[in-house]
Design a protein. Structure first.
Length: 231
């Protein structure tokens, strides 16, 4: 029997749906049947997870996600993933709240970068993901240097994520802006770009950017599927 996947989602609904669809579709493409692992989704109310970081109340973020993780555990999840990058800032606190293992997006992203033999990558995400050190700290353990955009570009990326992408709005002007930011990171030495927000792949692709992109949604979802299939 496959392990039951627990997805702590809702941050945003767009990316949570991408996780579910990628896991189920990838299984069917790989094996030719519909025997994908059971999946339990706990979708939080997103607004507090917009408000609390702005108030620097990461203690409330950790408490809320821990409550959700315990619900997934009680519902029968064999392991849990947080289906968003930014909230990995409190990953350790959430893991401590449950007995089942949690699968880190940061670990999966780091392994994907190392598999491409890259030493320097750019990072796009919310301002918290770009300005806090948790991403850089995790990847530096694998010998990877992480570059972030300058302050003006960070504001652009953050605004597009919260004002457009989480609501499913895709604008050509925003895509062009992201490509320009990616080009500036490449000029500083980035060999690839981590799309460190699970909504960004909805906006920009490698065909747009002309540089390798690491889609953290599919990377994390693939890691979850592989783990669920392990004996």
């Amino acid at each position: 029997m496959h392990k039951t996947i627990g997805i702590l989602g809702g941050m945003s609904p767009e990316s949570t749906a991408e996780y579910y669809q990628h896991i189920t579709h990838t299984y069917t493409e790989r094996f030719g049947d519909y025997g994908y692992p059971p999946i339990i989704i706990y979708s939080v109310s997103f607004q507090p997870y917009v408000d609390w970081p702005l108030q620097d109340r990461w203690d409330l973020v950790a408490q809320g996600l821990s409550d959700g993780a315990r619900k997934l555990e009680a519902a029968g999840a064999d392991f849990i993933l947080i289906a968003t990058n930014t909230m990995h800032l409190v990953f350790d606190e959430v893991q401590a709240s449950v007995k089942v293992p949690m699968l880190s997006l940061l670990d999966a992203a780091g392994e994907a970068v190392r598999a491409r033999d890259m030493q320097t990558v750019g990072l796009l995400g919310t301002k918290f993901t770009m300005e806090k050190s948790f991403y850089q700290d995790a990847l530096s353990k694998r010998g990877i240097t992480v570059l972030v955009p300058d302050a003006d570009d960070r504001s652009v990326v953050n605004d597009v994520i919260y004002n457009e992408l989480v609501a499913g709005r895709i604008r050509a002007e925003s895509r062009a802006g992201f490509v320009a930011i990616i080009n500036r990171l490449a000029a500083r030495g980035a060999q690839g770009i981590i799309l460190g927000c699970t909504e960004i792949p909805l906006l920009v692709s490698e065909a747009d950017a002309g540089i390798p992109l690491f889609n953290t949604t599919t990377i994390h979802a693939d890691a979850a599927l592989n783990y669920a299939l392990e004996a």
